[in-house]
Design a protein. Sequence first.
Length: 155
Amino acid sequence: MRRRRYQKGSLQQRRHGKRRVWVVLYWDSEGHHRYHTIGPMIDFTKSRAQEEQAKFMRGINGGECEENRARPVLVSEFVNRVYLPYYRLKWKGSTKGTSESRIQFHIVGDLGNRQLESFTPTVLQAYLEGKAVTHGFSVVDWGFRGKANGIPGGT
């Protein structure tokens, strides 16, 4: 299923046979382009059709979505849609195999359903200290040993 976003829809004039009607074009939850007929142009002024469009789109958007309010990003979404695609291009094959599974198991497994914006340095430090206690310091320290300025992968 695709990510749900706020959408306004597109109000357009169409012909249904010989009648001209107002329609709203929008995307459904499966990612398909759909349209909804508001009514004949002879019965609806453009401003009234826009009001009907807004009312219809409130239902499509879940009723309470506002144009400026976006759903917070989850850690799992960020990791799978931004972080991993970017780093897969940089990593060698051996690094991909180990790093990706560790990230999925530890970070996405533990924190995947949390909102990305809810993290503070204190929360992250508490998470790392908990991991060090349960899995050992080497799990937390992985990849950051070696070079003096903490560059990953140095030995």
